[in-house]
Design a protein around this ligand. Structure first.
Ligand code: ATP
Ligand code: MG
Length: 395
């Protein structure tokens, strides 16, 4: 029998380091973000001489390098402070993973002291521990809260963290809030807004030429020499430029194109591989969006995909098997209860259907002939099997 690892450990003929295209890879250089990096580090620099930097709000569309730039600057800050023995720390928290005031505070304490386990403590107890820790070490911190719009009642968190400066004498807390949500800032009350947005940094979308350079750099890391055609890179860059200048989309296109070319045993990644990849990536994006929808929306989708897969429905005038909103509502109620969630009223349910329709995941239509006046039917626009998988994983 052949060595089993020969089979399992995949040999690539085009990729040299496939991970260099993954969304988690932090490239050593961030072309076209030199100015943003300089501004951010200038704004933070006072912390190194004992002053409290102003709070900063970073806004920009998705894939414009906000996370990459912030992580790079915080890691350089930490490295510098350590080398010079200055009690300064940059802390990074992602609001998507830690989506409440309580969870963010827990994460902060754990970043400061990984041995602390404050599970089950009240929010104010966790907060007190956080302050104690800073004050006892005289530590000045910059806290970056990425995707801050995902944190429930973010205002309370911002207010509390900023107010901590009144209680600290030897240490200080500065904030960086990061968001790609254009309405986030306006949703904050006036006082919180002026607290967080003392300094504002806006990241502009990349244009096609910038994306081409970014991709070229990453491709050098990721692929063997000559394994990607210039055409393929230009196309991926052009598509991503149309896709609101999103570098993540560009990288994902190239990654998927590389996978397709590998699978085919092609000699190089060509335009056609990027074109094929485009379809896959669009799909990935839809399912990723579904995974981050609010819980009630996901429960509605769980009910719909289950009904679809079970072939349940009502026969329409033309003999088609359709799912009416009434049928879906009663099934959704049942599923919500199974998951220990109180189902929303019929009125809210209709509102959710409209939202899911706007996102393009479902289509809601008037049932017409053979049905009562305002009966609506709900169609699913994505693969029910994959939808079920994605939603189940998140519930
Ligand atoms: N200037 C750049 N050079 C090289 N890679 C980049 C550059 N800007 C962004 N990237 C890469 O593109 C991807 C997306 O960037 P990043 O995660 O920083 O975007 P973002 O602005 O935080 O987006 P979102 O709002 O969706 O969180 C990452 O893989 C990142 O490494
Ligand atoms: Mg980000």
């Amino acid at each position: 029998m052949a060595n089993v690892f020969e089979e399992v450990v995949k040999e690539y003929h085009l990729f040299k380091n496939r991970d260099a295209l993954s969304p988690h890879y932090i490239p050593p250089e961030l072309p076209f973000r030199e100015e943003e990096i300089r501004l951010l580090s200038q704004k933070l620099a006072p912390i190194l001489s004992g002053k409290k930097p102003e709070n900063i709000f970073i806004y920009g569309k998705t894939g414009t390098g906000k996370t990459a730039v912030t992580k790079k600057v915080l890691s350089d800050l930490n490295e510098y402070a350590k080398k010079k023995n200055i009690p300064v720390l940059g802390l990074y928290v992602n609001g998507r993973l830690h989506d409440s005031e309580h969870k963010v505070l827990l994460k902060l304490v754990r970043l400061l002291d990984p041995t602390q386990d404050l599970l089950g403590y009240s929010t104010s107890a966790v907060y007190d521990r956080f302050l104690e820790f800073l004050e006892s070490g005289g530590i000045r911190v910059v806290i970056a809260i990425d995707e801050i719009d995902m944190v429930k009642r973010a205002s309370d968190l911002i207010y509390r963290l900023n107010r901590s400066n009144d209680e600290l004498s030897r240490s200080s807390v500065s904030l960086i809030g990061i968001s790609n949500n254009p309405t986030f800032k306006d949703r904050l009350d006036a006082r919180t807004r002026s607290t967080l947005c003392e300094v504002e940094l806006v990241f502009k979308p990349y244009n096609a030429e910038q994306l081409r350079v970014i991709l070229e750099e990453r491709a050098k890391e990721a692929f063997k020499e000559g394994a990607v055609s210039d055409d393929a890179i230009s196309l991926a860059a052009a598509l991503a430029a149309k896709h609101s200048g999103d570098a993540r989309y560009a990288l994902l296109l190239l990654l998927r194109a590389g996978d397709i070319a590998e699978e085919e045993g092609a000699e190089r990644v060509e335009r056609k591989h990027v074109e094929e990849a485009r379809r896959l990536v669009e799909e990935d994006i839809v399912y990723e969006m579904i995974a981050t929808l609010p819980e009630q929306h996901r429960l509605v989708l769980l009910a719909l995909s289950t009904l679809r897969l079970k072939g349940k429905g009502v026969s329409s005038f033309s003999g088609e098997n359709v799912i009416t909103s009434g049928l879906l509502y009663s099934y959704y109620t049942k599923i919500a209860e199974e998951y220990g969630v109180s189902p929303v009223s019929d009125r809210w349910f209709r509102e959710y259907l409209n939202e899911l329709d706007t996102y393009g995941i479902i289509s809601v239509k008037v049932a017409g002939k053979g049905f009562r006046g305002n009966t609506r039917i709900v169609e699913l626009n994505v693969d029910p099997r994959r939808l079920l998988q994605v939603v189940k994983k998140t519930l």
